[in-house]
Design a protein around this ligand. Sequence first.
Ligand SMILES: [Zn+2]
Ligand SMILES: [Zn+2]
Length: 237
Amino acid sequence: MTETRVETTVYDFHTHSFHSDGALLPIELIRRVIVAGYEAVGITDHASPGNLRSVIDALVADCRLAEEHWDIRAIPGVELTHLPPAAIAEIAAEARRLGAEIIIVHGETPTEPVIAGTNLAAARCPEVDILAHPGAIDVDLARLAASNGLHLEISAHRGHGLGNGSVVAAAREAGAPLLVNSDTHQPGDILTFSMARRVALNAGLSEEEVEQVLRRNPRHLLEKIDGRRIGRSSIAV
Ligand SMILES: [Zn+2]
Ligand SMILES: [Zn+2]
């Protein structure tokens, strides 16, 4: 990779295709993020038990095709959304069995009536990779999430991003890893590196923290996803 590519690479683990409420076919979303400078994209459609299998099958097929032909990490996943908190761990495990490579929980954003206890159920569940837009959280929740290997999300989404200040404050005190995700639903939501950087700085991160959040943390999560892929393929053999 050239120096230019490294400097402007985007990692984004939270996007939606039309298999939930996004506008694009997964393969079109992948094509468009390549043009925007992405090295990795997670496609994480809203899911509940009723659509879990069909969403994962559809995303796996397009992500595989993209990775065979193009220079992109395309990661099929789900965003578990508005579920009863007591059911989250079991449904996350089922998503993993069905082939989800990344599992996000739709956290307690200030802009929707997400049931209280959702953040806690996600933070307790090591199968969950990212607690998205958790809204106003405290340091104990951030610490619990980090201890179970979750990343917390700084959201570029116009509504969910209202909680970013609280997320940064709690994560900083807890030493919990943060990511910037777009939560893309429409083509115009796709990030560029400079937009991701602006979102991070406006959420209150220092220059040094931006480096950590836009580069090192995403690479760490990619390594975790790679490790699971290797585990799966050795089981298949
Ligand atoms: Zn969400
Ligand atoms: Zn989302």
